[in-house]
Design a protein around this ligand. Structure first.
Ligand SMILES: [Zn+2]
Ligand SMILES: [Zn+2]
Length: 410
């Protein structure tokens, strides 16, 4: 059976317990943006599964790995499996998530950093397509597209096959190739559904390059809020290639926030450079407050690419937005998912309430997730007996979708 502890009928706090072939396997243990319940209840998991045989982390987005050190501390004997790239990325991502959670109470974070250091030592790094054998169960990680290092999980036991997609993109992106699917027929397909239920949003018909050029041509400055991992590297690549091809005029671009560090990890893993003469990490200034540094950077650069992607309060992109937003000729360009509680969502939806924001605000739809057609294509290729959808908002009851804490019999 399979039980989503989180990340069933929601996007956030992904954690799925599989009880198959007499073994207990946990896939992911992530966090959500809810300070009251930031991750699934470890005690509940402990009741369901006093022992775990393996913890598998699909990828380094914090909704999948942000609390893996917490759950690992409850199962100190259990190995944690993930890809080499994810292990490297998650050390930056999880440490940052801890830092954010303890803003203002930094001295209380020490014990959680300790849990993280201990859990990190339990990670066993795996190549794609190499097998993890736990008695009668064989587990293989498949490239899932999505972001660097992202894996889908194939599990085989007693003649049965199960494929857990994790976050998956069939299409190639600039920085990462599309997913590779197993060749064999699959009995159980557990599939993410981020965009399964949503209609493709209408856009203005402009490409991102065109929107950027249009705002620059009226001497406007641009803020592109981005997720640090994945989206930032795609956006920077689009701008870099746009400048090279002449679609975007040659202007200074500063990259700020956590995205800077993640770019460095991508660079040595995929042999691609993000920074050049035009595109630079935003400089730091001695003796200036962060707001003053933002003012200075906006004077120096015409485009700022900065985390967080949803303009959460107390993040660099939020500080930049307050300055860029003041002038009508400037623009803020969102590039993907905005959760309903984020400042970015509120600004897009009710912009008349934010009179201090006079700039143009627009949204482009870039995605590292498969759209509905591609999710259906995965199903056609794998021909499963049973499909279970997770990691999405099914709205009113949808018979294939698993809710949090629902027991799904396989
Ligand atoms: Zn993801
Ligand atoms: Zn996710």
């Amino acid at each position: 059976m399979m039980i989503p502890l989180g990340g069933g009928n929601e996007i956030g706090a992904s954690a799925y317990l599989y009880m198959i072939g007499g073994k207990n396997i946990l896939i992911d243990f992530g966090i959500r943006f809810n300070p009251e319940e930031p991750y699934p209840d470890p005690e509940f998991l402990k009741t369901l599964a006093p022992e775990l045989d393996a913890i598998i982390i699909t990828h380094a987005h914090i909704d999948h790995c942000g609390a893996f050190h917490i759950i690992s501390s409850f199962y100190p004997e259990t190995p944690v499996y993930t890809t080499f790239e994810t292990a490297e990325l998650l050390s930056v991502m999880v440490e940052d998530a801890i830092k954010v959670r303890y803003i203002g109470i930094e001295e209380e974070a020490t014990s959680e950093y300790k849990l993280f250091d201990e859990a990190f030592l339990r990670i066993e790094r795996k190549d794609f397509f190499s097998s993890i054998v736990i008695d009668n169960i064989e587990i293989t990680l498949y490239p899932a597209g999505h972001i660097l290092g992202a894996a889908a999980v194939l599990m085989k036991w007693e003649g049965k096959t199960l494929f857990h997609t994790g976050d998956i993109s069939l299409k190639d992106q600039i920085t990462v190739k599309g997913a590779v699917l197993p060749e064999e027929k699959i009995d159980y397909l557990i599939m993410e559904s981020t965009y399964y239920y949503t209609k493709t949003e209408k856009t203005s018909g402009e490409t991102l390059e065109e929107s950027i050029s249009r705002i620059l041509s009226r001497k406007g400055k641009i803020l592109i809020p981005v997720f640090a991992l994945g989206r930032a590297q795609e956006i920077i690549s689009i701008i870099k290639e746009g400048i090279k091809s002449g679609e975007i005029p040659p202007v200074n671009v500063y990259v700020d926030g956590l995205a800077r560090e993640i770019c460095n990890i991508y660079e040595h893993n995929i042999d691609r450079e993000f920074f050049n003469f035009y595109i630079q990490p935003a400089p730091r200034y001695e003796g200036l407050s962060f707001e003053e540094a933002c003012e200075e950077n906006i004077r120096e650069a015409d485009i700022i690419v900065s985390t967080s992607g949803m303009l959460m309060e107390n993040t660099p992109s939020h500080a930049y937005a307050k300055i860029i937003g003041k002038r009508g000729k400037n623009g803020i360009i969102f590039s993907g998912y905005l959760s309903e509680e984020s400042f970015g969502f509120k600004l897009m939806k009710n912009r008349h309430q934010f009179k201090q924001f006079k700039c143009e605000i627009l949204k482009h739809h870039l995605s590292a997730h498969s759209k509905r057609e591609d999710l259906e294509k995965i199903r056609r290729i794998l021909r499963p007996e049973k499909t279970i959808l997770i990691h999405g908002y099914p709205g009113k009851h949808h018979k294939e979708h698993a809710a949090n804490r629902e027991v799904i019999y396989l």
